[in-house]
Write a protein that binds this ligand. Sequence first.
Ligand code: TNX
Length: 524
Amino acid sequence: MLSKALLILSVVTFIAACQPQKEEINFPKTDLAVNALIPKPLKVVPTHTAFGLSKNTVILTSSANTELEEVGLFLSNKIKSKIGLDIDVNIQDSEKQFEQFIYINLSDSVDLDSPESYQLYIKKDSIFLNAKTVSGAFRGVQTIRQLIPEKSNDTLTDYPLWPVPSGKIWDKPKFEYRGAMLDVARHFFSVEDVKKYMDILAYYKYNVLHLHLSDDQGWRIEIKSWPKLTQIGSKTEVGGGKGGFYTQENYKELVKYAAERFITIIPEIDMPGHTNAASVSYPFLNGNGKKIKPYTGMRVGFSTFDTRKDTVYSFLDDVIGEIANITPGPYFHIGGDESFVTKKRDYNYFIERVEDIVQKHGKQMIGWDEIAHSKIDSTTIAQHWRTASNALKASKNNSKVILSPGKKAYLDMKYDSLSKYGLDWAGHIPVDVAYNWNPETYVPGLPKEAILGIEAPLWSETISTIEELEYLAFPRAIGYAELGWSTSEYLNWEDYKERLAKQLPFLDMMNVKYYPTKLVDWEK
Ligand code: TNX
């Protein structure tokens, strides 16, 4: 503790010593309380002046944790791509003069009570970002990114300044789990597409990306011990396109990219239903008694594994083992939805046996809400999508629940009857409906403590390109970020839609082909 304090003191003294004599800049009045931050922070106190970000700014990170420097470099890169400014991180060159600094530090202050919490003190000459953990610092960096204006003020000094409104921010997430799901099985999306999606999710403080890696129409991840899964099973997709898959190296690259954004990748192998592509590759897996052929339509619920064959479980041991091995995150998702042609008894037997395999490989199991009917362990998590009684059943079992209610959180539902892409089995979900619900009270009787968080699934039956993905995901996914992070009582659509309109420069800069809903006055 003392050494940390000394360290901060020496950094600040060092900084003070480096400060040249400089004239006072009179910033026009700012109001940090009126900003376009999404998700909305817990508490903001404005002090009405500004931090002048400029060529004379540096980023310093506490040497107490080496990973913080990576977070500092991330911020520096994003400042460069947003406003073209080069900012050094932990400058070595003592000759170099700087006038303002952004200091990223870890602190165990009692105010920072959850792992991702952070505080920002923005003053004229400094921004202090204090966080409980490195991931908290990363979340705080997203706030700084959002506060930096696109346009500089070129009249206050003889070089450009980007005034960041001053004040204090205290912030922490409502839920520890804030996820998005991408179905790469119905249509395949490239590594580059998934990375772009993660870039945008990270900006809004998402911390989970769930990849739906297998379904009737395709198998998308290399399994070295069962090569036909990709030699045969990956070659199809909805509508008859060429499909595709991630090699294990590709997958590791995605995991690494996610980790750099403090996002956990959750792999899903959907079973015992949604398994036609696996059974096409290895017909012994099939349990529906019919001759198996490749499937490129959009129906669900016709396939199943043979739950009574030991060889099916040896196969799954290999598959889950190989994937678990390259997945540093704690979770493995086994699907478990819509197994309409699996007998109830067989379904329960299957889920319980697969749970053992998942746990043997050191992972915590997640399944769609139907798994609540089986005797699942209390550490297993149920993902609620359709049936409220399943969510309640899971919580009675002391299992945690992830909320992805189809009527509110499904990114693949059409916005309205004119939507170019999407389905409508759960109804239309316009941008305000997507935002206007409270996850904490959505399932009557579900205790708050049972809710691990929320997740917005994007099923890909009707989309096959990144532009189409973006059309369905944005802007709705931005609203889910806020529902997952911000205190429910502080949220309302009128206030949110103003802040949403101000996301346009970011979405344009990222070249996101969002759906320009008329419910929002997009700022041109
Ligand atoms: C239901 S949600 C499914 C998916 C479909 C989706 C389409 C869930 C667990 N299963 O197989 O892609 O509807 O909206």
